[in-house]
Write a protein that binds this ligand. Structure first.
Ligand SMILES: [Zn+2]
Length: 113
């Protein structure tokens, strides 16, 4: 989907992140201008990616493979770095858990045959 078509209906205030009509020049919540360069950058980023719960689901499903995706989110660098590190640790943990599970099954098969 074209990013420009996404931004037609609503925009995000660059100052308070309130959802506004695309026609609004000034935020009705904090009064800051929505037409500045910061505002443009903010609504070029798909909003769904910036929701913490979505980020959690992504980390749980993609693990370390989703790092390029987390990196594009509108978070401070330190937060994105934390997400990347957590996803790597999570991926290692899952890999170990799968290996451990496979070993238990292998032992069980060896015992019964
Ligand atoms: Zn605002």
């Amino acid at each position: 989907m074209n990013r420009d078509s996404l931004s037609v209906e609503t925009i995000i205030c660059p100052n308070c992140y309130a959802e506004l009509s695309a026609a609004a020049d000034v935020c009705k919540h904090c009064g800051s201008s929505t037409s500045g360069p910061a505002g443009k950058a903010a609504w070029n980023t798909p909003r769904l990616r910036d929701k913490p719960w979505l980020m959690t689901i992504l980390v749980l499903h993609l693990g370390a493979f989703g790092i390029p995706l987390y990196w594009k989110a509108r978070y401070p660098r330190s937060v994105r770095l934390t997400i990347a590190v957590v996803s790597i640790l999570y991926t290692i943990f899952v890999a170990l858990a799968v290996a451990w599970g496979a070993m238990q099954i292998w032992r069980f098969v060896e015992m019964t045959t």
